[in-house]
Design a protein around this ligand. Structure first.
Ligand SMILES: Cc1ncc(COP(=O)(O)O)c(C=O)c1O
Length: 473
C-alpha cells in the first residue's frame, strides 16, 4: 500500500498536478481519507523525501520541492515519436543515423532450413547431443578460475587450437598469442575498425561487398571507398588511382562476398606489393573458408604476405552454428596488446565456458569431422540446386553452380525487377536477397542470392518450385 501511495503522489508531482511548494495533507488526514494505517502513509512520505520530491519541516508539514523541470520527465507529457528517423535526429549520433538507413539486417531465425537463407549452415545436422555431453563435462570439471574473469584475447587453449587449425587449413602461420577470440567475424570487423582506423581514413571496400564490413568501418568514422570487383577480384590498379592513401583494404579473396569469385594470383601479388609499399593493412575475411567443393584449398593472402600487413578473420558461426558467436582475428604480434585492450573495453572477453567447450570439441577431432562432413553435404546441396534450377528455371533464372561457400548467385533473365521478385518470394515463404542490397556504387546485372547450405533436399526442391511460381507470376 505504501508503494501504491508513493507512486500516486510521485506521478502527481511529476505531472504538475501537485505544484511545487504545495503542502501535502498531513499523514493523519491522508491515512483517514484512504483508510490506511498511518505508518503506511509515513513510509510513502519518507520514500518521496529520500528521492527529493518532498521536504518535511517539523510542525509546518510536508511540501513539494520546487523543481520546474519535473514535468519534462513525465511519460504523459512526452510526444510519441512517429518513426525511427524522428528518434534518430533527436537523440543519436550522425554515424548511427547512417546505420539506420541500412537494408542489411539479419533477423532472428524462427525456423531453420528456410530456403534460400544464405547465412545459416545446416543446423539440423549439427551433433547437439555430442556438444551437450562436452558442455556438461566442461561445466562440471572446469576449474573455478574459469568461472572468473577471462583473458581479453581469448581462452588460451582455444587460441592454441585455432592457431593450429589455421596453420594447416589455410597456411596461416602464427602463434597462439596472435589469436584474438571475438564474438563472431562481425565483432572482429568492429574491433579492427576501432583499432586500425581514425575518422576520415579511407578504406577500400569490395563493391559489391559485405555490408557488415562497410557499416563497421563507417561506424568508426572511416570513409569507405567502393572498389569494383571483376572475375579476378578487387580492381587493385583502379583502387590505387582512386584512393592512393587508403589505410585499410577489406577483401574476401577465397570466396568473394557475394559473387563467389576467387581472387587471382596476379591480383593477390599486386595487392600485397601495394600494401607493403603504402604501409596499409589488408583485412582478409575468410568467413566460410572451409567450404571449397572443387580443386585444392586456396592459399590465404596471409600465407603469401611477407610484410606483415595481412590481418586474417575467421568465424565458427558458419562452420558450426550461428548462435555460438565465436570468431577470431590473427593479428601481427606488435598489435596483440592493442587488440586485447580494445576488446576488454567492449565486452571484456568472449564467454570462457563456451570457448572451453569449443576447445574440447576441436581437440577431440569433432570439429574437423563435422567440417569434412558438411563440405560433402553442401557440395551435394549446391549440385542439387543447380540441377533443379536447370530443370525448372531455365530462361527465367541462371543459377551459378557454387564451387565454394554457402550460397550462390542467380542471374535474373525475365526483366522483372529484383525487388519485385524478392517481395513475391517473401510472400510465398522464401528468403532471397537481391544483389543490389550489396552494391554501393557499381551496378550489377539483376540477380538474387540463394543460400543452399542450410536447406535439405526437400527444402531445395520445394524452394525451386516456389521460385518458378515467383518468376512466372
Ligand atoms: C563476408 C562475411 N563476413 C563476416 C560475416 C559475419 O560473420 P559472423 O556471423 O561470424 O559474425 C559474415 C556473415 O554473414 C559474412 O558474410
Amino acid at each position: 500500500m505504501w508503494r501504491w501511495l508513493y507512486t500516486e503522489l510521485r506521478s502527481a508531482i511529476i505531472d504538475g498536478r501537485l505544484k511545487s511548494g504545495a503542502r501535502l495533507p498531513s499523514t493523519r488526514n491522508l491515512a483517514a481519507q484512504y483508510g490506511l494505517a498511518r505508518g503506511t502513509v509515513v513510509a510513502a512520505f519518507q520514500q518521496l523525501q529520500t528521492e527529493g520530491f518532498v521536504s518535511s519541516e517539523v510542525s509546518a508539514g510536508t511540501f513539494v520541492v520546487p523543481a520546474p523541470g519535473w514535468e519534462m520527465t513525465s511519460p504523459t507529457k512526452q510526444r510519441p515519436s512517429r518513426s525511427r528517423q524522428v528518434i534518430s535526429r533527436a537523440t543519436i549520433a550522425k554515424r548511427a543515423q547512417s546505420l539506420l538507413k541500412t537494408t542489411f539486417f539479419l533477423p532472428a531465425s524462427h525456423s531453420i532450413g528456410k530456403a534460400f537463407r544464405g547465412y545459416e549452415p545446416a543446423i539440423d545436422l549439427f551433433p547437439v547431443e555430442l556438444w551437450a555431453r562436452i558442455a556438461a563435462r566442461v561445466y562440471r570439471k572446469a576449474p573455478r578460475s574459469l568461472y572468473g574473469q577471462g583473458d581479453a584475447g581469448g581462452y588460451p587453449p582455444l587460441r592454441r587450437a585455432i592457431a593450429e587449425y589455421v596453420g594447416h587449413s589455410c597456411g596461416v602461420r602464427c602463434s597462439a598469442e596472435q589469436i584474438i577470440v571475438t564474438s563472431g567475424a562481425q565483432q572482429a570487423l568492429d574491433l579492427l575498425a576501432r583499432v586500425l582506423l581514425d575518422p576520415g581514413d579511407e578504406v577500400w571496400m569490395e563493391d559489391p561487398g559485405y555490408p557488415g564490413a562497410s557499416q563497421a568501418f563507417q561506424s568508426a568514422g572511416a570513409s569507405v571507398i567502393p572498389i569494383p570487383v571483376d572475375g579476378e577480384g578487387i580492381d587493385v590498379a583502379g583502387a590505387i588511382k582512386s584512393s592512393p592513401a587508403a589505410r585499410v583494404v577489406y577483401v574476401t579473396p577465397a570466396n568473394q562476398f557475394p559473387l563467389g569469385t576467387v581472387m587471382s594470383a596476379e591480383r593477390r601479388v599486386e595487392l600485397l606489393s601495394w600494401t607493403a609499399r603504402a604501409g596499409a593493412w589488408i583485412i582478409e575475411d575468410e568467413y566460410d573458408a572451409e567450404y571449397r567443393y572443387s580443386g585444392k584449398p586456396i592459399a590465404s593472402l596471409h600465407s603469401l604476405d611477407r610484410s606483415g600487413s595481412v590481418i586474417y578473420v575467421g568465424t565458427f558461426t558458419k562452420m558450426l552454428f550461428n548462435a555460438l558467436r565465436i570468431g577470431f582475428i590473427v593479428v601481427p604480434e606488435r598489435l596483440v596488446e592493442a587488440f586485447r585492450i580494445a576488446r576488454s573495453f567492449i565486452d571484456r572477453h568472449a564467454p570462457t565456458l563456451d570457448q572451453a567447450i569449443l576447445t574440447e570439441f576441436t581437440n577431440e577431432g569433432h570439429f574437423g569431422h563435422h567440417a569434412r562432413k558438411m563440405r560433402q553435404v553442401y557440395s551435394d546441396r549446391s549440385q542439387l540446386l543447380t540441377e533443379e534450377a536447370n530443370r525448372r528455371l531455365s530462361g527465367l533464372l541462371d543459377v551459378e553452380h557454387a564451387q565454394s561457400g554457402m550460397r550462390t548467385v542467380a542471374w535474373i533473365k525475365t526483366g522483372v525487377p529484383e525487388m519485385v521478385l524478392t517481395r513475391r518470394a517473401e510472400r510465398l515463404g522464401l528468403e532471397v536477397a537481391p544483389i543490389s542490397s550489396y552494391v554501393s556504387k557499381y551496378e550489377q546485372k539483376p540477380a538474387l542470392m540463394l543460400g543452399f547450405a542450410g536447406c535439405n533436399e526437400n527444402e531445395i526442391k520445394r524452394g525451386v518450385s516456389v521460385l518458378e511460381a515467383v518468376l512466372s507470376g
